[in-house]
Write a protein of this length. Sequence first.
Length: 203
Amino acid sequence: MSTLYLKFELCSDWHIGNGKEAGAYADAMVLKDAHGLPYLPGKGIKGLLKEAFSLCAKNQWFGDNSDALVNQLFGVEEYSGVEAQGMLQISSGRLSDGEQAYFIQHPDAKRYLYRVVQSTAIDHESGVALKGSLRSMEVVVPLVLEAEVTMNTAHPSYAASGLTEELFSRYLSEAVTMITSLGAKRHRGLGQVMVSVQPNSGE
């Protein structure tokens, strides 16, 4: 196994929803872990990475076998629903261990991680807010999250991929530059992010 670390520097408020409402507080709530802390689910990170790698592959950043490499890394889901597991295993993105420990020990401080923003739909002809269109959304303030990306070198596709740990690190570093936003309402300025690859957690 070869592990690299992704650093997500959120530069704006962001929202990944849990599909629930909270009455008068907000119409859309943020996804939180068992300790009430925000995080990026591993499945969502995998989707962002696959989209980024696919864009790079489309532009032949990884040579002639770019499309095959994306399938080897992320797996393939057939129309029949049968999945072929890829070489990558991706953890959820979370606050650093020290930050998690602090918020668990000081639960009252968690409220500073969140705020509520409101928006409304505007009638383009009159310029007046549409009746009943006011919505409130809980968002997470800008912060830094960390995730692990592990390449399974024992995977059957590893030898065929031609990847070395050094080469994969370079490809990953190039691909994450394609990720500039995440979560909901990205076209409205939420979820602006810078992603980088770190050899060790916290570097």
